[in-house]
Ligand binder design. Structure first.
Ligand code: MN
Length: 742
């Protein structure tokens, strides 16, 4: 805890005219007033105003501000009255403390009208004297630093309010370091996992890149020295929240994020900025579109700097800020930098930004108050003010009055995910201000949004392009991915059950456990999903589970051709085929397996189907491949063209179906299916209900919106196949279905 004399000495060090007696009086008064009060952490309450005063002393604020900080909670939390403060410390400090008391309960989670009133009070208080805002921000900063002592629910509310109101306000006032620290604490409280991930990752990168950062900094330094530009180069790591929000905004992973480091060249004079810039740009390549001159065009909050990105030493992208020391101080302290030098007029130098009353940020505040005094509708004022303060945000409410801040352009889908991922995932509709509205409706400030949920709902993947916020988009992507994966898992399971059955085994997930290593998969689910997606063959899984068993079966396509008791290929029985050789008259296998002419003429020839399969109803032809056997093609197969010049290989065959012993035949279909949860299940259902067997599925092309796939089926005949294709075409999720491979 900061001690009394330390605080006083600190203030005297930058403000020699400070009223030492005033500071001591305020210190003793506040300590006595708070007495034995304790903070949530168990620390004496007085430690809080004291630390707030210390923060403001770091910002080098005047004695009245420091005294106000010490006294800021006395009227609200103790028996002290405004009259006592006025009497003991004068009207100036009395007004400041009173202003802080009025905005003490700036509780944004309350009703809209109250919130508007609070915001109005805050602005009135801070605009009458900017120091009220500075104390308020320091107060919030200390509360955020000690947030861990609060109960989780309260912690979350305070952190949200900080993220929504105080951090942007600090930024708007040009106090960059304060904004960053507030965001950091709030980020950690609101999303501890993400915070930990980013911090951990940064530590790794820091270790790995330390040499590189030094190298870049010294290369820049050397170049400046060589060209006689006086400048100090420093490397700076970006803050976890800035990194996180960039990842969310650009939808990229931490690994893809290239610019975690920024470099800064601080020079004495404005001209030096441009000299340094020319040195940098003539030495290294500038990245197009990244140059910004905020010196000739300062930002609204008075920020000035030159920004550029170069392909620097070792071909690294290097983000650079070039600025003077004065600009540096304004960038960090903003309004406070002006206030600080209020009494020493002009001490900051004449670079366009002068005393506090003329600063852009302060002018903005004045303008707001002007409007406030003109209007008499606080809600309208709030609307207007927030538009000004958060130009790129909209503020909406849940039916219970919780404030949800969203980027401009956001819709109820974003709102639902901002409330809770579970709400977003089950969202089916929305009411805006009590009226049912489309989910794509752009939200406006002050809208009350009620999300209608259905447990059965999964977010359609198309929402990814409708959502505006990164949070919603990544949650939708995750939900879609999980759902699609679950479907593939289910499908893979069915394929495996059948594959195991064919080998007279019973499939169970446990049986996969021992084979995971051999299959290079982590879990049984992974195996089933891979089989479902067609990345892993069911036969490979069977082999991995039963490695000791020899693959006694012939390759799958030839499975239909089996030796009968007499050692012949019982083609008629097994395949239902009738063969006729060209020029040899009709020779069928009607006279039993022993009479199959294939064997007599050509030896022990296996028969198989071409890749696309063939089903009864197709006109078919056989192609003889020496040393391999006969392949059956449908007569319209494109592949037959390859044999046009070799008529001797063509074999006329016709179907000869044994009605009493129906067989299934292989066929291939190609589909284009929308990538929606449930789509694959619909495909599998159509095929299953039509009594078709799925043998294999292969994804041939997958883009975010749809997947093209080839499915190997087993069907009874052409009519059966056509019925299945027609059934698939009738589904909305199937944009195309056709026979393939023929
Ligand atoms: Mn306080």
């Amino acid at each position: 805890m900061t001690r009394q004399y330390e605080l006083v000495e600190r203030v005297l060090s930058y403000q020699p005219t400070a009223d030492e007696a005033l500071l001591n009086r305020a210190y003793v008064y506040a300590m006595k007033a708070h007495g034995n009060q304790k903070r949530a952490s168990g620390a004496p309450f007085f430690s809080h105003p004291l630390e707030v005063a210390a923060i403001l002393a770091e910002m080098r604020l005047d004695d009245a501000t420091i005294a106000t900080a010490l006294l800021h909670d006395t009227i609200e939390d103790t028996d002290t009255t405004r009259g006592e403060i006025d009497a003991l410390f004068g009207r100036e400090i009395g007004t400041l403390v009173d202003g802080l008391t009025k905005i003490k309960k700036l509780d944004l989670v309350t009703k809209k009208a109250e919130q508007a009133e609070n915001f109005r009070k805050l602005l009135l208080a801070i605009s009458s004297d900017i120091r009220v805002l500075l104390v308020k921000l320091a107060d919030r900063l200390h509360n955020m630093r000690t947030l861990g002592a609060m109960k989780p629910a309260k912690r979350k509310i305070i952190a949200e309010e900080t993220m929504d109101i105080y951090a942007p306000l600090a930024g708007r006032m040009g106090m960059q370091w304060l904004r960053e620290e507030l965001e950091g604490h709030a980020f950690k409280a609101l999303n501890p996992e993400a915070f930990a991930t980013v911090v951990e990752r940064l530590a790794i990168l820091r270790e790995r890149n330390q040499g590189l950062i030094d190298e870049i900094a010294s290369a820049l330094t050397a170049k400046l020295k060589e060209t006689k530009v006086a400048g100090f180069v420093s490397g700076r790591e970006k803050k976890p929240y800035a990194i996180w929000s960039k990842m969310e905004r650009k939808q990229i992973s931490l690994e893809q994020l290239s610019d975690i480091y920024a470099f800064r060249i601080v020079v004495p004079e404005v001209e030096d900025c441009y000299r340094a810039l020319s040195v940098v740009h003539t030495t290294w390549h500038a990245v197009p579109g990244r140059f910004k001159d905020y010196i000739s065009n300062p930002k609204q909050n008075d920020y000035q700097s030159i920004h550029t990105t170069i392909i620097g030493p070792r071909h690294q992208r290097v983000e650079l800020q070039i600025r003077t020391e004065r600009m540096h101080s304004v960038a960090d302290y903003g309004v406070a930098a002006h206030t600080l030098y209020k009494d020493s007029n002009g001490a900051l130098g004449p670079e366009g930004v002068v005393g506090s009353q003329d600063s852009n940020a302060y002018r903005w505040l004045r303008h707001l108050v002007g409007m406030l005094l003109d209007g008499d509708n606080p809600e309208e004022f709030l609307e207007h003010t927030k538009l000004e303060l958060f130009q790129d945000q909209v503020f909406c409410f849940t039916p219970k009055g919780r404030l949800i801040a969203l980027p401009r352009g956001a819709n109820p889908i974003d709102f639902a995910y901002a409330v809770h991922t579970g709400i977003g995932n089950t969202c089916v509709g929305a009411k805006i201000n009590g009226r049912p509205m489309p989910l794509v409706t752009e939200l406006r400030n002050g809208d009350e949004v009620e999300i209608i949920c259905s447990k059965a709902q999964l977010p359609p993947s198309a929402w990814q392009s409708l959502a505006v916020t990164g949070k919603a988009r990544s949650a939708i992507r995750r939900a879609t991915r999980d759902a699609v994966r679950a479907q593939y898992g289910k499908l893979g399971r069915e394929i495996l059950v059948r594959a195991f059955q064919r080998r007279e085994k019973t499939f169970s997930e446990e049986s996969l456990a021992a084979a995971l290593g051999r299959l290079s998969q982590k879990t049984a689910e992974d195996v089933m999903a891979a089989v479902g997606r067609g990345e892993l063959g069911s036969a490979d899984v069977v082999r991995a589970v039963f490695p000791e068993e020899k693959p006694q079966e012939p390759p799958k396509r030839r499975r239909k051709v089996q030796r009968n008791d007499e050692g012949w290929f019982g083609l008629r029985k097994v395949m239902g085929l009738k063969f006729r050789w060209p020029g040899s008259g009709e020779r069928t296998c009607e006279h039993g397996p022993s009479g199959i002419p294939i064997r007599g003429l050509r030896g022990d020839l296996p028969v198989s189907f071409a890749a696309g399969g063939a089903v009864p109803g197709d006109r078919i032809v056989g192609i003889l491949t020496p040393g391999q056997g006969i392949t059956i093609y449908p007569i319209h197969a494109e592949a037959l063209k390859a044999f046009d010049e070799e008529p001797e290989r063509w074999i006329d065959v016709t179907w000869d179906i044994d009605e009493d012993n129906p067989q299934r035949f292989p066929a291939k279909i190609s589909l284009t299916v929308l990538n929606e949860p449930g789509s694959l299940a619909q495909v599998a259902t159509v095929i299953g209900e039509a009594n078709g067997n799925i043998d294999n599925i292969k994804m041939t092309n997958s883009v975010p919106d749809y997947t093209e796939m080839l499915i190997d089926l087993e069907v009874w005949d052409l009519k059966h196949l056509n019925d299945i294709i027609a059934g698939l075409r009738a589904k909305d999720v199937v944009s195309r279905a056709a026979r393939a491979g023929a």
